[in-house]
Design a binder for this molecule. Sequence first.
Ligand code: FNR
Length: 387
Amino acid sequence: RDFRRAQNIEELREMARRRLPNFSFEYVEGGADDEFTLKRNRSIFESVTLQPRTLRDVGQRSLERSFFGRTAQLPFMIGPTGFNGLLTRDGDLHLARAAADAGIPFVLSNASTTSIEDIAAVDGIRAWMQIYLYRTRDHVAKLVERVKRLNLEAIVVTTDSAIFGNREWDKRNYVRPLQLDLRNRLDVLCHPEWIWDVLVPNGVPRFRNLGDLLPPGKDSVKGAASALAAELDPTLSWDDIAWLRDIWHGKLIVKGMIHPDDARLALQYGVDGVVLSNHGGRQLDGAVSALETLPEVARINQGRMQIFLDGGFRRGSDIAKALLLGASGVLIGRAGLYGLAAGKGPGAAHAIGILRTELDRTLGLLGCSSLEELTYDLIHSAHWRAL
Ligand code: FNR
């Protein structure tokens, strides 16, 4: 079916499932352990019930939101996801162009298959760079230099992956790191369109931002997995954030915290924003959803930092709920990837368009004309009101 006929993100997900080889879809889909947190990231939205206002003239509506004093057309952005080149050729570029066209920021993953230079060259792009604090700090410092040279607005440093989460789908699909088992190799052969798109022109996609970490010729996503895993640094601490704050004077956003006390520390360390996140349920299983600690973090913050969050956003109404509970904005992960896998650039644009239309409708149905009118009193559930 044509991806343009997808009514919602769930339908794009179904199309993505059919387009992608099994290993690639399960890589996107999977969570850690029993996937309690992954499921919670969706089910939590059901518990936020709304009490809309009526008779408030919602004939003119705006979805604009200011991030760091600069207007974005929508209150959400494309979050960082690695290995996008395994979904479709130049996956990052397609997503970045779709974000630029929609007037929203694009966050490039450290483990991306497109270089930050190529992303920065996209027309109208507002690019932020996500980094991991790999053991080889020299690599991090060099990457920060590249980001400075390109004059990018923000660095997003991910802190929830000092130890790699237990994703059993991935382990099951491979006999060795990134060596697919026979069942999956046969399954890949059943996806000739994907082979033609992803593998034929240039072979297995390569990491484009890790050049100085990986020896020459070892930067294909196939060869590099174990080298990258070895680079994760379990000794990470706030000292490292202080180090980064010292060498980077643009906007600094810490991604992957969820505890309100960590938000207090973020304020002390002078960061400009946080992304409350459980990494899409891929790291600590049993973690709460970001939405649940958002109200307390917003209360502690008192408008000083920008508070973003992610995890499970699949509907415009999900985004409205996060804004009602005090978020500055939302990052989408899988929702954009489903669109990308289902229909490349236009598919990613369709995913953004679905969320835009849904959010606009939700706003109107709530009796609001702008995002500033999304206030706490529109939430009904006693549980959420008490937070
Ligand atoms: C991720 N995520 C992620 N985060 C990050 O900081 N750097 C990365 O390279 C990646 N890579 C990545 C790959 C894939 C396939 C997924 C699904 C996720 C986490 C991501 O930024 C975000 O926190 C979650 O995806 C949000 O949840 P949803 O929107 O996917 O439910």
